[in-house]
Design a protein around this ligand. Structure first.
Ligand SMILES: [Zn+2]
Length: 147
């Protein structure tokens, strides 16, 4: 996860802590982590599992706050342009390009929603949260990924 997590999002998470505290639900003392009820959804540029770019987001269910999101893409215009011209992605070139590359996933479009969820769950504790109760629509592939 990026170290420059936006201040506004920190405010949202702080509001989640305050909301749970108003119900006497406090962070677990030994870990400092707050167990919350959440949901997950995503949106993609195109329908039908063919999109190369999308965003998955975690929603705290009681307040409806979007508490985290992950933009995921298996496409980079610059990399694609080089590939079409059959220019090799040498390690030197990739080292220069890596910080601006838009491709942060190499899997299929169909698996991108699940991958975004897996990433969001993997770093939730860095936000001080544990997503212990999931409310969802029965997308079992996403649920299994975050298990
Ligand atoms: Zn690229």
């Amino acid at each position: 996860m990026d170290n420059q997590y936006p201040v506004r999002m920190k405010d949202v998470i702080s509001a989640v802590f305050t909301h749970y505290e108003s119900y006497d639900i406090l962070p677990e003392p030994t870990t400092g982590l707050l167990d919350i009820t959440d949901s997950y959804d995503g949106t993609w540029i195109t329908r039908g599992h063919s999109s190369h770019i999308g965003v998955g987001f975690v929603v705290e269910v009681d307040k409806g706050f979007i508490i985290d999101q992950e933009v995921i893409s298996n496409f980079c215009h610059i990399c694609s342009s080089r590939e079409k011209r059959q220019l090799p992605a040498t390690p030197e070139w990739m080292a220069r390009h890596a910080s601006s590359c838009n491709r942060n996933y190499t899997g299929t479009p169909a698996s991108m929603g699940t991958e975004a969820a897996r990433r969001l769950w993997s770093w939730s504790t860095q936000l001080g949260l544990r997503y212990t109760t999931y409310v969802g629509d029965g997308d079992s592939s996403m649920y299994q990924a975050v298990q």
